[in-house]
Design a binder for this molecule. Sequence first.
Ligand code: F6R
Length: 265
Amino acid sequence: MEIIIKQNYDQICEEAETIIYQAWKKKNNLVLGLPTGRTPLGVYKRLAALHNKGEIDFSRVVTFSLDEYLGLKENHPQSFASYMDKNFLQHINIKKENIFRLNGTPENIDNNCREYEEKIKRFGGIDIQILGIGRNGHIGFNEPSSSLSSRTRVKTLTQETIEANSRLFKDKNEVPRFCLTMGIGTIMESKMIVLLASGEDKSEAICKSLEGPITASVPASILQLHPQTKVIIDQEAASLLTGKEYYQWVYKNKERVSDYLEKKK
Ligand code: F6R
């Protein structure tokens, strides 16, 4: 895992933007896995601005949404599909046929989930999966106790997640209890994972995920086994990490290591 500690939220977003931009320069038909929530908003804004400046072209980019509420139609204002359109997809030149989402009102849930996984495979897998993290360590909507090798399926949200997400609904009772989410096994097949976290309320989940044991009780801890994971967090989210100084030291020396390896070639 590469742990990148930035001063603030804006710098986290800038770093994630740079990673995506650099990857797109190498592969214009980049396949992105995208979450909703508060955390990635700044990244989406930056990528849309980059597009407006004519520096990035999304016409060959493909996106897969990470999750969706079960029972909400695509056009429901609180569906994750609406969130993605409003906050990102309608501001870029992505082709409709390159946008893939989990259907929140499927006729056959199991078939739908299986087909979603097949589609990801058909595009050669996800190049970069962006993730936020729940205060309980969830990734996607894989709540604690989710199998660490799970596939796309239905999950029951925890009370805590329902509470956290209720800010967008008029009434807490309107928040769906169930969702569809890529599984942890599905997420782990992504070629690169970029986990973003900002704020003190994420510090415990970050500490347990990066420095604690790998356990289904903290789903994000599985990322310790992923060879290409970048964890980009601000000072507040990093505040409980015991190895914080070392991670900063590694990051500071990163360019020197690449220079050294370059010279050895
Ligand atoms: C959302 C998702 C969730 C969020 C997490 C953090 O699609 O998959 O795992 O990333 O709940 O949410 P925020 O960013 O709102 O703190």
